[in-house]
Design a protein around this ligand. Structure first.
Ligand SMILES: *Cc1c(COP(=O)(O)O)cnc(C)c1O
Ligand SMILES: [Zn+2]
Length: 367
C-alpha cells in the first residue's frame, strides 16, 4: 500500500480516496525511494510519457494506464530560430487537450481509477480543469470543475465538452480553490488537484525524461513559468532522478518566470525567504500563472535555489510582444505561455548556453 508523507511535519498517511492534505495543513508527497532507472525498459512501452512508467509509483504490472492514455507526451523539441541554435522550444501544446497539464492529469487519473474513484473535484484557472475533465471522461469518472467566471470562454467550452459539471465562482483564484476544497469535504470525494495531489508531479516529471532522451543529456538551463509550480517541480524531480542515477552530470539551472503583477515567489526569492507570503493579484493577461498564494512555495524556492537558478518577472506589455514574436516563427501559443518566451528574451544567456523554453498551451485556448 502506497503512503503519503507530509512535507511540513513528516507524518505518514495511508492513501485513501479523500485524503489530500495533512492534519497540520502541510502538503503531501508520495513515500518512495529515488527510482532505479532502467533505460532499457523504456522501449517496452508505446511512444508516450508511459515509457517512464517504471520510474513512477505504480506496480510494474499495472495496466490501468492502457485504458487511460490518449498518447500524451513525447512532444517535439525544436530550434525556433536558426541564429540561436542552442535554444529549443518544447512544444507541450501538442497534447490531447492542448496543454502540458495532460502529463499530470493522465497519471493522476490513472491512480484515481486504480483506487476505484467514481467522482473527482478539481479547481483550475482553465487548463488543469480541462485535462482532468478529459481524462475523467475517458474513465467514466464524474467530475466537477471549479473555475473563475472570468476564465477564457474557450477553456470553459473545452471543459463542458467533456461532460464535467462547471462550477463558476466569482472571486479570486484562492476563493475558487476554497470552494472546491469545501465541496470535497462536504461530499467526501477525491480531490483531483494538480497542486495538492503528488501523483500530478509524477506525470510532469516526464518533461525532464523526454528532454534527456531528445538531447541525449541535460540542457544547461530550463526556462519555466510558475504559478503553482507543477511543471517546475515536475521538471526538477525528473532531472534529480536522472542525476541520482548517474545519467546526467549536472542539474540544469532553473530560471523561473512570473508575471510582475502577480509575483509572490519573485519577492520571496529575492528576499531570501523560505516560503512565499500571499500577494494581491493586480491583474495580468497571464491568467494561467496568476497564483497569489502558491501552496508549494517552499518546494519551488528550494528547487530554484538548489539549481543556482533565479526568478525573472515580466511586465504586461512584454507578454503580447513575445507572443507575436513566437507567432512570426510559426508557434501560436496562448497568452499565458508567451510569458515563457518573454522570460527567455529577458534572460542574459552565455554564448553556447543550451536552453529549453516550454510552449505550455495552444494559441486557440485564449483570446
Ligand atoms: C498551468 C499552466 C502554467 C503554470 O503552471 P503551474 O503549475 O501553475 O506553475 C503555465 N502555462 C500554462 C499554459 C498553463 O496551463
Ligand atoms: Zn503535517
Amino acid at each position: 500500500m502506497e503512503q503519503y508523507i507530509c512535507n511540513s511535519c513528516g507524518k505518514k498517511h495511508d492513501i485513501t480516496p479523500t485524503i489530500w492534505i495533512c492534519t497540520c495543513g502541510g502538503v503531501l508527497n508520495v513515500v518512495k525511494d529515488i527510482p532505479k532507472i532502467d533505460v532499457a525498459s523504456w522501449n517496452h512501452y508505446p511512444n508516450s510519457l508511459w515509457r517512464y512508467l517504471e520510474t513512477m509509483p505504480f506496480q510494474k504490472e499495472s495496466k490501468t494506464w492502457e485504458q487511460v492514455t490518449m498518447g500524451e507526451g513525447q512532444t517535439p523539441l525544436i530550434v525556433p530560430d536558426p541564429l540561436e541554435s542552442n535554444t529549443y522550444v518544447k512544444v507541450d501544446y501538442m497534447m490531447p487537450t492542448l496543454s502540458f497539464k495532460d502529463r499530470g492529469a493522465a497519471v493522476l487519473i490513472t491512480k484515481a481509477k486504480e483506487i476505484g474513484i467514481s467522482k473527482v473535484i478539481a479547481d483550475s484557472s482553465g487548463n488543469a480543469g480541462t485535462a482532468i475533465a478529459a481524462y475523467a471522461a475517458r474513465c467514466n469518472i464524474a467530475c466537477d470543475i471549479y473555475l473563475s467566471d472570468e476564465t477564457s470562454p474557450k477553456k470553459i467550452a473545452q471543459v463542458k465538452a467533456h461532460g464535467a459539471n462547471i462550477k463558476q465562482i466569482h472571486g479570486t483564484r484562492e476563493d475558487i480553490a476554497a470552494a472546491a476544497q469545501h465541496a470535497v469535504k462536504e461530499e467526501e470525494v477525491f480531490y483531483a488537484s494538480h497542486v495538492y495531489n503528488p501523483y500530478f508531479y509524477e506525470g510532469t516529471k516526464t518533461y525532464a525524461y523526454e528532454i534527456y532522451e531528445e538531447l541525449n543529456g541535460a540542457p544547461d538551463t530550463l526556462i519555466i513559468p510558475v504559478g503553482n509550480g507543477t511543471l517546475l517541480l515536475g521538471a526538477y524531480y525528473g532531472f534529480k532522478e536522472l542525476f541520482a542515477n548517474g545519467l546526467i552530470e549536472k542539474m540544469p539551472k532553473i530560471i523561473a518566470i512570473q508575471a510582475a503583477n502577480c509575483a509572490p515567489l519573485v519577492d520571496a526569492f529575492n528576499n531570501g525567504e523560505l516560503s512565499a507570503e500571499p500577494v494581491k493579484n493586480k491583474g495580468t493577461l497571464a491568467e494561467g500563472i496568476a497564483i497569489a498564494a502558491p501552496a508549494r512555495s517552499p518546494q519551488i524556492l528550494e528547487a530554484v535555489r538548489n539549481t543556482n537558478g533565479e526568478f525573472i518577472d515580466i511586465e504586461e506589455d512584454e507578454i503580447l510582444s513575445a507572443r507575436a514574436k513566437l507567432s512570426e516563427k510559426g508557434f501560436y501559443v496562448e497568452v499565458t505561455s508567451a510569458v515563457n518566451y518573454a522570460g527567455y528574451l529577458k534572460y542574459k544567456k552565455e554564448p553556447e548556453e543550451k536552453i529549453i523554453v516550454p510552449l505550455c498551451g495552444a494559441g486557440i485556448k485564449s483570446k
